[in-house]
Design a binder for this molecule. Sequence first.
Ligand code: URA
Length: 209
Amino acid sequence: MGKVTLIDHPLVQHKLSLMRRRETSSSDFRRLLKEVSMLMAYEATRELPMTTEKIQTPMAPMDAPVLDGKKLVVVSILRAGNGILDGILDIVPSARVGFVGLYRDHETLEAIQYYLKLPAQMEDRTVLMVDPMMATGHSSVAATDRVAATGPRSIKFLCLLAAPEGIAHFHQHHPDVEIVTAAIDSHLNDKGYIVPGLGDAGDRIFGTK
Ligand code: URA
């Protein structure tokens, strides 16, 4: 089975609980998602390759550690992924950004693509896919299929919440892609929503309900 990393840091867990509350406003939800995303990105980027660069401090020359290789790519799965993207770009401002637009067919729960824009030269890059919710896993798989086809060095999938069904489905298709999540919830309901979850992440971020 594929790797799942649960980020159980107290700050992440506390903020996630605030986000789950029904009465949390869209503006608070967006702010909390940005804060949680920054904390999660800190963990998810722990294994980025490093090198050293000769620099001069005011005191002495030194070989200083810096990120190596091509720039990190963050791929946001529209539209809710953009709520995570904002937080990540605050701590990795030089990242390249891609977008995958998918909608869920409410009958079949299958993911249909309506938009795809990825940075050039994906080969040898590290990719962080972002979407707050891994529910059935269908859209996560469909988005990751498109990114994997461009031949990056490695892919991680960062979400806020995952359902056990979604994780199993995702790792059937992408066993080499690590899932980084803040919680694994109980189950999906008959409409494909995560329970207890937090409702529709897109609606909660953008206030569209
Ligand atoms: N997408 C959401 O926004 N919420 C869920 O619970 C499942 C999918």
